[in-house]
Design a protein. Structure first.
Length: 309
């Protein structure tokens, strides 16, 4: 391990330790300039480490990424007066004022890194470890600057409450990595993607799918009879009947079920009735509350499953 890697992996100076101790629940959703510089250095370091191991230069990788992002943005140049593709790529990110485009940039670069190194790797190299360490440091830097996003499963996930996210959402995502819950995990990640792009009704729809899928997958694992078309209400009844949770918890779980089923339904029905009927407006706060509630209930159901007979 070289000195730089040792610093990244092991050492945290006083200022960073102090920030962690005084971590606040007040988050921001723009990327400060110093953070953007740190992200560029993380992305460059990944390529440097992999290039040394693979004995190749990163030029073709940056050429490919520049081409991808030019097409994504519909431009012939990402940034002006750049001598190399690497400069054009990272200057675009540093000069970009649109936070959503910056977050898209991070997702695209990490995704292409994985595909590129998979295609070009040969021999026992550490390219995956380098990417994983880069992703870990990215999340540490986001938290250090109190920015309300986290890189999870190849996607940028928005955080609405630092405490709730740390204590509820992250544990739920960890539980959803259980192989039998893969389908529910995919739906919950889609909910986060919709939420980040302001598609709050769609986010709640995906939360409902994830909630239902969690119960279906638990039923399937334990051999409890159910139908693929069963609604959340029916699935809750099946789980209660088989002793997954005590009867007094049905009211709490049913409350979430009612929100998940009724809010998007009302929105969709009214949107098709013309301007004579006022459309239900789902706020960001409502969608965030529903997502956190879904995470808490999925975590509860999955923890009960571990002790179910």
């Amino acid at each position: 391990m070289n000195a730089i890697n040792h610093y990244n992996n092991m050492f945290k100076p006083f200022s960073r330790r102090n920030q962690q101790q005084e971590k606040t629940d007040v988050l921001i959703y723009d990327l400060p300039e110093p953070l953007k510089v740190k992200i560029v250095l993380i992305l460059r370091e990944i390529v440097t480490n992999c290039s040394i191991a693979m004995l190749f230069r990163g030029d073709s990788l940056f050429d490919d990424l520049v081409h991808l992002l030019r097409k994504e943005n519909g431009v012939f140049q990402l940034s002006k007066d750049n001598a190399t593709s690497e400069l054009e790529l990272f200057n675009y990110f540093l000069q970009q004022n649109d936070t959503e485009k910056c977050l898209d940039f991070i997702e695209i670069v990490f995704d292409y890194y994985i595909r590129y190194f998979q295609a070009n790797a040969s021999g026992p190299i550490n390219w995956f470890d380098s990417i994983r360490q880069g992703a870990t440091e990215l999340n540490e830097r986001l938290a250090e600057h109190a920015v309300g996003y986290r890189f999870q499963d190849g996607q940028i996930v928005r955080i609405d409450s630092g405490f709730v996210h740390q204590e509820v959402v992250i544990p739920a995502m960890t539980v959803l990595h259980e192989p039998y819950l893969a389908g529910a995990n995919q739906e919950f990640m889609k909910a986060h993607e919709h939420f980040r792009h302001g598609r709050f009704g769609e986010a709640i729809n995906e939360c409902l799918k994830a909630f239902e899928s969690t119960m279906k997958l638990i039923c399937h694992k334990h051999g409890w009879q159910y139908n693929q078309t069963d609604t959340a209400k029916t699935l809750l009844g099946i789980c209660e009947k088989n002793g997954l949770f005590p009867s007094y918890m049905e009211s709490s779980l049913g409350g979430l079920r009612s929100v998940l089923e009724n809010v998007p339904t009302a929105r969709n029905k009214l949107s098709g009735h013309g301007q004579g009927v006022q459309q239900v407006h789902i706020t960001e706060g409502t969608a965030g509350f529903v997502m956190h509630s879904t995470a808490a209930n999925i975590l509860y159901l999955a923890s009960l499953e571990k002790s179910a007979k």
